[in-house]
Design a protein around this ligand. Sequence first.
Ligand SMILES: Nc1ncnc2c1ncn2[C@@H]1O[C@H](COP(=O)(O)OP(=O)(O)OP(=O)(O)O)[C@@H](O)[C@H]1O
Length: 629
Amino acid sequence: MTAETEATTHAPTAVPFRAEVRQLLNILAHSLYTDREIFLRELISNASDALHRVQFEMLTNQQVRDPDAPLEIRIGVDKDAKTITISDTGIGMTREELIENLGTIAHSGTRTLIENLEAAQRSNIIGQFGVGFYSAFVVADEVTVISRSYRPDAEAALWRSQGGESFVVDAAEREQRGTTIVLKLKEEAHEFADEWRLRQIVRRHSNYVAFPIYIGDERANESTALWHQPPRNVEASQYNEFYRQMTFDYEEPLLWVHFSSEAPLDLHAILFVPAKRERGFIERRMEGKIRLYSRKVLIQEDAKDILPPYFRFVEGVVDSEDLPLNVSREGVQRDAGPNRDPIVQRIKKSLTNRLTKELVDLAEKDPIKYVTFWNEFSPFIKEGIATDPLARDDLLPLLRFHTTKSGDQLASLADYKGRMIDGQNEIYYVIAADLESARRSPHLDALNDRGIEALLLYDVMDSFLLNGLREYQGLKLRNVDDPNLSLPGEAPTPEVSISDEQFTRLVNVFKETLGERVTTVRASNVLRHNPLRLVSPEDQQYNREMARVQRILDRDFKVPPKIVELNRSHPLIVDLARLAESDGDAALVRNLVEQLYENALLLEGLHPNPADMVGRIQALMEAAARRLG
Ligand SMILES: Nc1ncnc2c1ncn2[C@@H]1O[C@H](COP(=O)(O)OP(=O)(O)OP(=O)(O)O)[C@@H](O)[C@H]1O
C-alpha cells in the first residue's frame, strides 16, 4: 500500500446512510418506543454473535489476533457523562466492514420493519423486530463504534453518527481485538445510565447468552447454559424464559424436552414445540431453528439436518462434545458430507425418538393439550408418515381423525380398532372437501346401517397421508367409494318400488344426459338414505385419492369419468323414474339428473366450480314453485 492510499483510507470520511437506513433511523429516533430497553438485547446479541464467530474462526484458523483474550461482553456506565459502553472481544470489524455493515447494507430485519411499520407502531410491538444495531438510536443521540478485526494485519477503526443523514469513519486507537460501542444517552433516556437497571434488562432479555456479560465487575447473566444444567434443577419458568429470549415468541411453548446424557453419547439439548405454527405478530415464522453447539462453540445457527424435515417446527439448542467440529458454520447442507457423520446420525435418531415419545405421551396423558398440538402441527406429522417409511410406525400413534362415531372429538387409529364390529378386518375411510361433506357422504349409507365406523378425511394432507398409510396393524385401509366394497355385518334389504323397465329407462336418461362424464350407470346395493353416489372405475383406483389435490392445484382440472350408482328405493329416484316415463318434462328431468350428479361431485370435493350450479338450482326451484303454486 502506498503512503497516499494509506492517507486517503485513514482520513475521516463522511458517508451517507443508505436510504432505507435513513428512513429507519428517523422512525426510531422519533417513535414513542415503549420497549426502549430492547436496545441492549440487540447490541448484546450482536456482540454474542461476534464472539461466536471468532470462536469458530479459531477452530480452523491460527491467524487470529489476541487468541488468548477471554470471550466476554463488558458493559460499563458513566453516570456523570450519561454514557453506556458495550465491549466485546468478538470478531471485530475493519473500516470497510464498519461502512458496509453499519450503513450501507439493509438487513432483513430493517426491511421487514419498514414494510410493516404502521402495524408495528399501532400495536407498539417494534420490540418484536430484530432492528439490530440501529435500535441504539432509540436511546442515544450519538453512537460511536471502535473496532479492531480479528485479522492480524487489520487496523482499528472508528464509526460515529448522530443518526441523521450520514456517519463518519476514521482511524482509531485500539490494541485488542473486538468492538466497543459507546452510547451517549438522550436526555429522556438518562435512566439507563444505571447499572442496576441494566442488570435487570440483561436478566430479562439476555440471561441465556452463552458468553459472560459483566456489568461493572459482576456477572449479570446465567453462568451455566441452561441445557448443561441437570433437568431436575431447572424450573418451568426458566424453560419458558429461555424459550422467549431465544425465539422472541410471545407465547409460551407447548412442550419442551430436555436431554442430558454424557455416555454413551454426549448430548445436552433442549427442544421446544411452540404453541403456534406461525409465531410473531408480523414476522411470521413457520419453521423453528436448531442451534448446534459442539464443545460450547456454536457451529450452526440453523442446523437443518439434526432433526427430520417433518419436525422442522421444533426450536431449540443441541450441544454435543462428540460432534465433529468440521460441520460448517454456514449451515448444514442436507446430504452434505458431515451430515453423513455417524455421530450426527446418532444424535438425530436420539432426538427424534425422544421427541416422538414425548408427543405420544402427551397424547395419552393430556388429550386436551394434545388436540392443540394436533390442530397446529398435524400436517407435519402426516407428511412424516407419507414420506418417511422408517418413521411411519412411530408416528402412527400421533394420528387423530374425525370419524362417523367420534362426534366433535378426535379418534386415534387405536380407538377405531377398538370399535370395529365382529368380522371387520379393514379400516374404512371417506374422502371429502370438508368435514360436513364427509359426514353427508352417500358412501357412508352402507356402513352406518351396519354400525361400522369410518374415518372422515377432508384435509388436503390426507391424500398424501394415505400414500404412507396403506395399513395399520394388519388392517388395510379402504376407501368406501370402492365399487367392490364387501362389508361385514348385516343390513336390512331395502324395498324396491320401481319396475325393471322403469329403472332401465331412467338409467338411459342418466347415460344420455351425462354422456362422457360417466362410464356406466347402475343400481347400487349399498345406498340406503341417499339417492346416488359416484364410484371410481377400476382404472382410477390408484390415483383417486389425489384427484382432490389436483382439483385445487390445477385450474383446468377435469373430473375423471365415474360410475353412477342409483338407489332404486330412494323416493327421489322413484319419482324421477316416473317423471322420465312421461315425455313432457324432458328438460326438468335433465336438470334433475345434472343436479343429482353435481351434488355428488360437491360431496366428493371434486366440483370444479359450485357457483355454476346456481342457475340450474333456480330453474328447479321455479319448476317446484310452479307445481305447488
Ligand atoms: N459487536 C459487533 N461485532 C462485530 N460485528 C458487528 C457487531 N455489531 C454489529 N456487527 C456487524 O454489523 C452487522 C449489522 O448488524 P445489525 O444488528 O444491524 O444486523 P444483523 O444483526 O446482522 O441482522 P438483523 O438484526 O437484521 O437480524 C452485523 O451483521 C455484523 O456483521
